[in-house]
Design a protein around this ligand. Structure first.
Ligand code: CA
Ligand code: CA
Length: 357
């Protein structure tokens, strides 16, 4: 039923716009949309229903009363048609209003979204700003610390540079001293080597002097002892600590020794250069108490000691010459010097006896 009312308006009826002001007939029709009224063709050509004559009203009252129900129905239909026509004309402005409302709504939503975005962005920027401020403060603090540290490091660098200069100077001095010490050390080493060599030589000389001193001491003591003893009785010759008897008769070596032993002595034993010199000074050939009868080449004195000092003749003696050999020693000369020579023990030779004082 509503579709019949709103969808199908009665297009046979005339529509008139009641202007709010007849003088302002050119006023924009859009402003009088609300004042539009719809009348049927009759009412629009004659007069409004309020102006009908009384007679007609009375005459027609019956008709009206008779047709009241019909008229009412018709009026309702007319009003309904008027409303429908008005609704049909209001569709475009309503759509525009709806469109504007939607635009406003969209605009509002956009504004709200923008505000929300702005707030969020503002909050984010505020947070970023706070972080940046915090970072700036930290950087300032770090900058102050670094600046202070830089000052300290600069001071330490200057001190180190000063120390480095001092160390370089000291190093130069130490290098110079080291070189001098190395030179001195080389000189000292050379001097030490010389001193070591001289010390060795002095040690050898000391040993020799000690030995000499020992001998001199011994000789001194011997001379002192001999000085206290009486000289040898004649014909014995006194020399050192011994008495010597020169026998000019010639005998073989064994008989000579027997003779000496009969005089409480024995054939002479030469035990030092002084004694060798003394006997040599007698200028004769004499038997001495030296023999290798027991073992050829092993010469021994009559007291069975081995000679410590030997004065053999330089012509190759002892040579044990001859078929019977030579096992007894004499002192004889060669070129005016009396030294030792081996002879056959049976040879006849003068001899020298020796005994202690
Ligand atoms: Ca011999
Ligand atoms: Ca000989």
């Amino acid at each position: 039923m509503s579709e019949d009312i709103y969808a199908k308006p009665d297009l046979t009826k005339k529509v008139r716009f009641q202007a709010a002001s007849k003088e302002d007939g050119n006023k924009d029709a859009c402003e009088d949309v609300d004042d539009a009224r719809i009348y049927d063709n009759y009412w629009a050509e004659e007069s409004p229903p309020q102006d009908q004559s009384q007679d007609q009203s009375q005459d027609k009252s019956k008709d009206k009363s008779q047709d009241k129900s019909q008229d009412n129905t018709t009026e309702d239909q007319q009003k309904t048609a008027s409303v429908n026509v008005s609704s049909g004309k209001k569709t475009r402005p309503g759509a525009a209003a709806l469109f504007l409302g939607l635009l406003c709504l969209l605009f509002l939503v956009a504004v709200i979204v923008l505000v929300v975005v702005f707030i969020l962005e503002k909050n984010r920027l505020s947070g970023d700003n706070a972080n940046l401020i915090s970072e700036r403060n930290e950087l300032q603090t770090s900058y102050i610390k670094i600046k202070s540290l830089n000052v300290n490091l600069t001071s330490e660098r200057n001190e180190l540079q000063t120390s480095n200069k001092e160390m370089k100077s000291l190093n130069v001095n130490l290098t110079s001293e080291r070189d001098e010490l190395q030179t001195s050390n080389s000189h000292m080493k050379s001097l030490n080597a010389d001193l070591t060599k001289k010390t060795s030589q002095l040690e050898i000389e000391k040993g020799r002097l000690n030995a000499t001193n020992k001998n001199l001491t011994k000789e001194r003591d011997e001379f002192k002892r001999l000085a206290e003893k009486p000289s040898c009785s004649c014909p014995w010759i006194t020399f050192g600590s011994s008495c010597y008897l020169v026998v000019t008769s010639r005998k073989n070596w064994r008989d000579s020794r027997t003779f000496c032993q009969g005089k409480a002595s024995d054939l002479a034993i030469i035990s030092s250069l002084q004694e060798q010199t003394f006997i040599s000074s007698l200028n004769q050939d004499y038997w001495i108490g030296l023999t290798d009868e027991e073992s050829e080449g092993e010469w021994k004195w009559v007291d069975r000691t081995v000679p410590t000092e030997k004065y053999w003749r330089k012509d190759g003696q002892p040579d044990n010459y001859g078929s019977q050999g030579e096992d007894c020693a004499e002192i004889s000369d060669i070129d005016g010097t009396y030294t030792w020579n081996d002879l056959p023990c049976s040879s006849s030779v003068m001899f020298i006896c020796e005994k202690m004082r």
